[in-house]
Design a protein around this ligand. Structure first.
Ligand code: G3I
Length: 345
């Protein structure tokens, strides 16, 4: 297709990225990626259960494949994610007797468990960061640790239940020590525009910074939809973190064509006006990103084309169309909204 390159159109603003699976680094999909993005992240293979499935086993192969592809094509790379409450092996949270640490009631053993978990985490982070520190600049150290509905606004994950908030500090410090000053360390989360979420995140980040914990920025997943949140609220949140001296990154951008509580399905017949509306909203969003390029260091989409998106199976199985290219890998109106709105019908 004879169309402009997305990344080239944004060269003077910030890099543009996409989440990929290793199999997408060959074939047609890889051609689309090479033309339009200069930043990559793994959709799944860098997650704890994939890269570190058991205590003494690391799987490097899939991550290596993405690292290699990025290198050959001169693309930047991010790591997602060292710590998460899901897609993480149970072995982290199991004591030497095979008992789930969360079930422990003896305070002495609870203390031992906490120490064991933090030691495992420390070693997990150092091993991975040491291996990739020269190839990967930008790291999601912890993902989705805020949950406004849980006590203190901290997600009641196994990490938190066993180790309290200390696991966050341990992960950031280990990452900095193993990776040195040149890698950038992020706390990543979704819904960061939502005031409840945002304010808990802000408080946590501020406390970490006051304690001297090495943190460079906030990753805003930005899984939005056609109807919300407002572009203004997305930018306002970035501004708050920027005022703390932190970088902002859009880490997982996509735009569902359904409202978040709408469980209907257009099937393969997505109405033209929906795609048009999506193009206008993407346009508005990227205009705001450009205007705020000083506080934003990159925009990474969660995928590249509508043939492969988590939103086709979440919250239900249905046809979604959240990205800039369609299932046939052709540019959608959304692409033109972002690259050249004069081409919109
Ligand atoms: O690899 C197995 C395969 O062997 C098995 O046959 C198949 C059967 O279900 O599952 C495959 O694993 C799936 C995996 O994706 C790889 O395709 C999991 O079931 C599925 O749950 C998993 O979904 C991923 C999801 O994170 C997990 O929570 C999505 O692809 C991925 O897009 C999504 O990404 C997250 C970010 O990491 C964090 N922010 C939200 C974002 C969207 O949920």
């Amino acid at each position: 297709e004879d169309i402009p390159s997305l990344a080239a159109a944004y060269a003077e603003y910030f890099p543009i990225g996409a989440a990929v699976e290793p199999f997408q680094t060959t074939g047609l999909k890889s051609e689309l990626l090479k033309k339009h993005v200069n930043y990559l992240v793994a959709e799944n293979v860098m997650k704890p259960d994939a890269i570190h499935p058991s205590e003494d086993k690391y799987n490097w192969e899939n991550t290596d494949k993405i690292v290699e592809f990025a290198k050959i094509n001169g693309m930047e790379l991010r790591f997602h994610t060292l710590v998460w409450h899901t897609q993480v092996g149970n072995w982290f949270f199991t004591d030497a007797e095979g008992k789930p640490m969360v079930d422990e009631t003896d305070p002495v053993k609870q203390e031992e468990n906490k120490k064991l978990l933090l030691d495992r985490l420390d070693s997990h982070v150092r091993t991975i960061v040491s291996r990739y520190k020269d190839d990967i600049k930008s790291w999601d150290v912890v993902n989705e640790v805020i949950e406004p509905g849980d006590p203190e606004g901290m997600r009641a994950s196994e990490w938190y239940k066993i180790a309290g908030p200390d696991f966050i500090e341990t992960a950031f410090r280990a990452a900095r020590e193993a990776g040195g000053p040149n890698i950038k360390l992020y706390i990543n989360d979704y819904g960061t525009d939502n005031p409840a979420k945002r304010d808990h995140l802000y408080k946590l980040v501020k406390e970490l910074m006051d304690k001297g914990v090495p943190i460079d920025g906030v990753g805003h997943q930005t899984h939005i939809d056609l109807y919300g949140p407002t572009v203004t609220s997305v930018i306002e949140s970035m501004q708050m973190f920027s005022d703390l001296g932190l970088d902002n990154l859009v880490t997982e951008l996509d735009m569902s064509i359904y409202a978040w509580d709408d469980h209907s399905d257009y099937g393969e017949e997505i109405p033209e006006e929906i795609l048009q509306k999506q193009a206008e909203r993407y346009h508005e969003l990227f205009e705001a990103f450009k205007e705020n390029k000083e506080i934003l260091s990159g925009v990474v989409f969660w995928g590249i084309a509508d043939d492969h998106t988590w939103l086709d199976s979440f919250p239900i199985e249905r046809t979604n169309a959240p990205l800039l290219f369609d299932k046939q890998l052709h540019a959608k109106p959304a692409f033109w909204g972002v690259v050249d709105p004069s081409k919109l019908p």
